[in-house]
Design a protein. Structure first.
Ligand SMILES: Cc1ncc(COP(=O)(O)O)c(C=O)c1O
Length: 375
């Protein structure tokens, strides 16, 4: 049996979610836009799913839209804010996920949007004084786009503090919450946020489906033109079964959040203890012992010929981990996050990321394999 420590890249689908999807693939094949009974059945399933997601976020039904995942949701937020809400300046960071980073680069290049980067420390923490300066210098045509938790090093932003700051200065806030929805409680009534994003495969749901929350005050037009699906905001026949599967996964993630969190925190701490007692000269990255995603531990090993091939050697030994983020090209190109934060660092970084399906026994196996690889 392989051991899977790459849950920040994607999570295994849960049995309950699989059962939900299979049932709907078999039984709910009607086009949700059709007016006959089979179509209406699909529509009901989609609206039930919307209700589950909206309830857990304390949002209203009209504020949740289904998408193909985190990348689409984040693109939709920043591009529609520019197109429809008059946004001309976006305050962001250099360690955002590529779907935000590259979307902003294209807005800068083709639409003359000003992109400002907030200062970060070596752990990837937002310099709140610098953010305040940037936010207060800019006004109504400004948006902040900052991720809630970094997928490579786990460092978390104080979302409530940033949301309060944006509210005080009348600045719109988008947050890439792909790594945190279903892992931390988020209440959009308490936290003043314009847009947030979710992706089902990060919380034991299927790939290729996600959602965006859009605060009802932000009136934007369609992101994909065509039919009037998703209240005219995103055309295309809905993936009924996967939307239902995502809602099931999100429901379980929220209902079981406490127990999953404590299981994963314990595993992460166990790995930290084992690494510290078995190896010298390791470096934990990000705000690992502070405000950090409990699912992620990024570790840098001294650069040697053996550690250079660490992810590959672990793979051969039956263990999946990652060199940084999941790379869409399948080729390891190095981490833009680590090279931004610690450019002088030549160490070899491995990201271990956990789910409640992992066990201490798996960590023991990992430690044994690491010893073999390094010695
Ligand atoms: C922080 C973050 N944002 C966005 C995405 C993209 O999500 P998706 O794979 O659903 O497009 C990911 C996935 O790796 C992520 O970790």
């Amino acid at each position: 049996m392989r051991i899977y420590f790459d849950n920040a890249a994607s999570t295994p689908i849960s049995e309950e979610v699989l059962a939900t999807i299979t049932q709907h693939l078999k039984e709910s094949f009607g086009n949700p836009s059709s007016i006959h009974a089979d179509g209406r059945k699909g529509r009901t399933i989609i609206e039930e799913a919307r209700k589950i997601i909206a309830n857990h976020l304390n949002a209203s039904l009209g504020e949740i839209f289904f998408t193909s995942g985190g990348s689409e949701s984040n693109n939709m937020a920043v591009k529609c804010a520019v197109r429809d809400l008059g946004i001309k300046t976006i305050i962001s960071s250099q360690i955002e996920h590529h779907c935000v980073l590259h979307a902003l680069q294209s807005l800068e290049e083709f639409q003359d949007i000003k992109i400002l980067h907030v200062k970060l420390d070596k752990k990837g923490r937002v310099d709140m004084e610098n953010l305040k300066e940037l936010v207060s210098q800019n006004s109504k045509d400004t948006m902040v786009s900052l991720m809630h938790a970094n997928n490579e090093i786990g460092t978390m932003m104080d979302l409530q503090a940033v949301a309060d700051m944006c509210k005080e200065h009348g600045v719109l806030l988008h947050s890439d919450t792909v790594q945190t929805v279903g892992r931390f409680p988020i209440d959009v009534q308490e936290t003043n946020i314009g847009f947030l994003s979710g992706s089902a495969h990060k919380f034991h749901g299927p790939k290729g489906v996600g959602f965006i929350y859009i605060n009802s005050e932000n009136i934007i037009g369609p992101y994909i033109n065509g039919g009037s699906q998703e209240r005219n905001m995103r055309a295309g026949t809905e993936n009924t079964a996967f939307i239902a599967g995502m809602a099931k996964a999100y429901d379980l993630a929220n209902l079981e959040m406490e127990s999953r969190t404590s299981t994963i925190k314990e595993l992460r701490q166990y790995l930290i203890d084992q690494l510290q007692s078995n190896f010298n000269d390791l470096q934990f990255n990000g705000d690992w012992d502070g405000q950090c995603l409990y699912t992620v531990l990024s570790v840098s090993f001294p650069a040697t010929a053996k550690t250079d091939l660490m992810v590959f050697s672990l793979d051969i030994a039956g263990i999946s981990a990652s060199g940084g983020s999941a790379c869409s090209s399948g080729v390891e190109t190095g981490s833009h996050v680590m090279s931004t934060l610690i450019p002088e660092d030549l160490r070899k970084t491995v990201r271990f990321s956990f789910s409640h399906y992992n066990t201490k026994e798996e960590i023991d196996v990992l430690i044994g394999k690491l010893k073999e690889i390094i010695s």
